[in-house]
Ligand binder design. Structure first.
Ligand SMILES: Nc1ncnc2c1ncn2[C@@H]1O[C@H](COP(=O)(O)OP(=O)(O)OP(=O)(O)O)[C@@H](O)[C@H]1O
Length: 246
């Protein structure tokens, strides 16, 4: 499997605190790759750094996406190259209708027909006739906005979808739905990097990486990584050094 993303020795500080301390990560083309790790390990920070958010410019290391160094590219330029990030707390876009939000996402991908927009909403279990003309703002619940954000990944078909805890804000019954959606993204040709605390999502991945204290401790088989996390990391109270990889 060729790599869509290759991260080498990525170092980043925020407000003088080193948070990413030399991250190495490879994500394959059309691979579903889970990142698991304790609270505060640096998972969201890694996601923001990959997306290129302001204030998340890395100090050291390299970031190669689809064979190209994207280190100096802005968030918009990275989005144009085919990277998208779905936030833990989905964004509000007051005044922007769901249909326009979905259509904007689809633009870089040749646009979407009305039927494709409707189909994307159905896939996230929202009735198109009820939602297409509503605003992606305060009037929608966090869960509804989350579903709409996931629907936008269907219409967008990005090369790399980064999902930061896609199950947050959606009830547990829907975990299976999320797993199905992640599979849909892959079938659409996307690679998926998913930050998750759920073993069901890790289990549905092709590969997993364990993050601890700002580094990737190990990468490999998702079940093996989940077990390592459960047995070695959850009992570990280290805040200064990761457990030695066995
Ligand atoms: N601006 C900042 N200044 C200082 N420390 C920060 C800043 N932003 C984040 N941190 C710290 O960086 C560490 C990593 O945070 P991050 O949100 O990336 O962790 P995470 O692995 O995503 O955690 P969670 O699973 O709880 O979402 C945390 O200890 C956090 O407190």
């Amino acid at each position: 499997m060729s790599e869509i993303l290759s991260v080498k020795n990525l170092v980043l500080s925020r407000d003088g605190k080193k948070i990413l301390r030399g991250v190495n990560l490879e994500v394959g083309d059309r691979e579903i790759h889970s990142i698991i790790g304790a609270n505060g390990a640096g998972k969201s920070t890694l996601a923001y750094t990959l997306m290129g958010l302001q204030g998340y410019e890395h100090e050291e290391g390299s970031l190669i996406f689809n064979g190209e160094d994207i280190s100096k590219l802005s968030i918009t330029e990275r989005a144009k190259k085919g990277i998208t990030l779905a936030w833990q707390e989905p964004a509000r876009f007051e005044g922007l209708k769901v249909r326009d939000y979905l259509a904007i996402g689809a633009k870089g991908n040749g646009g979407a027909t009305e039927e494709e927009l409707k189909e994307a909403l159905r896939k996230v279990d929202l009735r198109p006739e009820k939602y297409l003309d509503r605003e992606v703002g305060e009037a929608l619940s966090g869960g509804e906005r989350k579903r709409i954000e996931l629907a936008s990944i269907i219409t967008m078909k990005p090369k790399l979808a980064i999902l930061d805890e896609p199950d947050s804000g959606i009830d547990v019954v829907s975990l299976k739905e999320i797993v199905n959606l992640i599979q849909t993204f892959k079938e659409n040709g996307s690679s998926v990097l998913v930050i998750t605390h759920r073993k069901e999502i890790a289990a549905a991945s092709d590969k997993a990486s364990l993050m601890c204290e700002g580094v990737i401790l190990r990468s490999g088989d998702p079940l093996e990584i989940s077990e390592f996390f459960k047995n070695r990391c959850i009992p570990c109270d280290s805040r200064v050094s990761p457990p030695k990889a066995a």
